[in-house]
Design a protein around this ligand. Structure first.
Ligand SMILES: Cc1cc2nc3c(=O)[nH]c(=O)nc-3n(C[C@H](O)[C@H](O)[C@H](O)COP(=O)(O)O)c2cc1C
Length: 177
């Protein structure tokens, strides 16, 4: 089993494309093929030492899922399944897709729900990022002045994504060595 598991939710494909880019950058020796969270169970996540988890934000700062009008189940349906599971010893890094121009009051807020749920299960969270370089008012995903993971905006800052991704991957790789 690959050391790193990559799991994502998506409705229109952006978060899946980033998951594939991450897998490509890490290489197949390190990372397993990305899996849509609607096709995963908790045991699939627990079979990896390191998890990279991606979520877009839908609704007004909510997790993707049926309640926010997505076509399929997603993180909103998965997170309740974590209850009672122990992720002690697992390392988790989160990335989130959002739109800072259209949703400045809840930019990439869904990352917070992943952060909170996995922290409550005992996981070690890595990969927090500075909010510099983004233009938004509020985000639930800001904890102690930093995003709890990597924020990406394919609608307004697509040109920055590959640089942000490369820098974030080196930072998290340094954190789990
Ligand atoms: C109905 C709707 C609601 C959204 N709500 C938010 C939001 O609250 N915060 C945010 O940052 N982005 C929001 N977005 C933007 C999406 O998160 C963004 O387009 C993302 O790239 C979609 O990812 P996906 O292609 O993986 O589904 C919303 C988009 C739509 C269509």
């Amino acid at each position: 089993m690959a050391k790193i598991g990559i799991f994502f939710g998506t409705d229109t494909g952006n978060t899946r494309r980033v998951a594939k880019d991450i897998a490509g950058l890490l290489g197949s020796g390190l990372a397993a093929k990305p899996v849509n969270i609607r096709n995963a169970d908790v045991a699939d996540l627990l079979s990896h030492d390191i998890l990279i988890l991606g979520a877009p934000t839908y609704g007004d700062g909510e997790l993707p899922g049926l309640a926010t009008g997505n076509a399929t189940e997603s993180w909103a349906e998965f997170l309740p399944k974590l209850e009672g599971h122990d992720f002690t010893g697992k390392t988790v890094a989160i990335y989130g897709l959002g739109n800072q121009k259209s949703y400045p009051d809840d930019f990439v807020s869904a990352m917070y729900y992943l952060y909170d749920a996995f922290a409550q299960c005992g996981a070690t969270l890595i990969g927090a990022c500075s909010p510099e370089g983004y233009s938004f008012k509020l985000s639930k995903a800001i904890v102690e002045g930093r995003f709890v993971g990597l924020a990406l905006d394919q609608e307004n800052q697509k040109d920055l994504t590959s640089k942000r991704l490369a820098e974030w991957l080196s930072a998290i790789q340094a954190a789990w060595v």
